[in-house]
Design a protein around this ligand. Structure first.
Ligand SMILES: O=C(O)CCC(=O)C(=O)O
Ligand SMILES: [Fe+2]
Length: 302
């Protein structure tokens, strides 16, 4: 997208010895993908543990761009969990109940897939379009970040879109911004529902209330915290007024000026910040296989 930022790390002989096998990392290339959000990072092999210095640099790049893609990675499950843990807590507790074939035996991991084996889905969020949302908004403590690693990708469709919610907030008119600063909204989630129309908004589904504008703890930037899929209503507001304001804001933050659309290739590892971006998925043909491995990152005290 025109902006090219090259971050070079020069490694002394001394450090090279200390880092041992990390001697291939001499240059990280960071290329912005969109003015609002997203960057591509090359020059790092995530099969290997990173030095604390490099990890810190990657975190800084992440806080600046909110969405990073590391293309061409050949990582396994463990590598992805280790990468995710650079950003917070990754739940590695066992939930397989002793089933050795359970690929999703660790709590933090899930497969996003439409593949069926013996008629049974091997993952979650299988088919079609998904409306914009932020992972875990229905929880008291939402997920900090989500990582997705592409294993099989359809030829057409299935792109994931990322909306920069800080840029969307900044672009609002000042009066509206200060009004929103004081509001709270309720967010809901019920399993495998992918559009606002399907989502149940009653009290029996998992839900949580959060401020409508949140401040990122690392960048200090304010972001809109609301989404078409998950935000049911603004607290204390009449239904009609709440729907009107929410729909106005959904339309606003989904404008192309705030949205980076990622066309996946196998080997792409993406991480996004759920505190400053929403994501959504384009429709794709149901007869084409799609398989991605997903680790979420939580606050350490979760
Ligand atoms: O399938 C996708 O592209 C996104 C799925 C999703 O929303 C997620 O993994 O949180
Ligand atoms: Fe999601």
């Amino acid at each position: 997208m025109g902006v090219i930022i090259i971050v070079k790390i020069f490694i002394t002989q001394e450090t090279r010895k200390k880092w041992g096998m990390l001697n291939t990392i001499e240059k990280l290339n960071v290329v912005a993908e969109h003015p609002a959000v997203g960057a591509k990072v090359t020059g790092v092999d995530l099969r290997k543990p990173l030095s604390e210095k490099l990890a810190q640099l990657i975190r800084e790049i992440f806080f600046r761009y909110s969405v990073l893609c590391f293309p061409g990675q050949k990582i396994n499950d463990e590598d992805q969990a280790r990468f995710a843990a650079l950003f917070g807590f990754v739940d590695r507790n066992d939930r397989s109940k002793g089933d050795p074939d359970n690929k999703q035996s660790k709590r933090g991991v899930m497969y996003v897939s439409n593949i069926r084996e013996e008629g049974k889905l091997i993952g979650v969020l299988p088919d079609g379009e998904m409306h914009f949302h932020s992972d875990g908004a229905h929880r008291e403590k939402p997920y900090r970040a989500t990582t997705l690693f592409a294993i099989e990708i359809p030829i057409t469709g299935g792109e994931t879109k990322f909306a920069g919610m800080a840029a969307a907030y900044d672009a609002l008119e000042g009066g509206l911004r200060s009004r929103l600063d004081k509001l709270e909204a309720r967010h809901v989630f019920n399993y495998n529902k992918t559009t606002r129309g399907e989502m149940r908004h009653d009290n029996d589904v998992a839900h949580a209330v959060h401020p409508l504008v949140i401040i990122h703890p690392n960048s200090g930037r304010k972001s809109l915290y609301l989404s078409r899929l998950m935000t049911s209503n603004i607290v204390g507001m009449e239904h009609e007024e709440s729907e009107q304001l929410l729909n106005h804001l959904f339309d606003h933050c989904e404008k192309t000026q705030f949205v980076y659309e990622h066309k996946w290739a196998p080997g792409d590892l993406m991480i996004w910040d759920n505190r400053s971006v929403n994501h959504a998925r384009n429709d794709f043909p149901s007869n084409q296989r799609r398989l991605l491995r997903r680790y979420t990152v939580s606050d350490p005290d979760n």
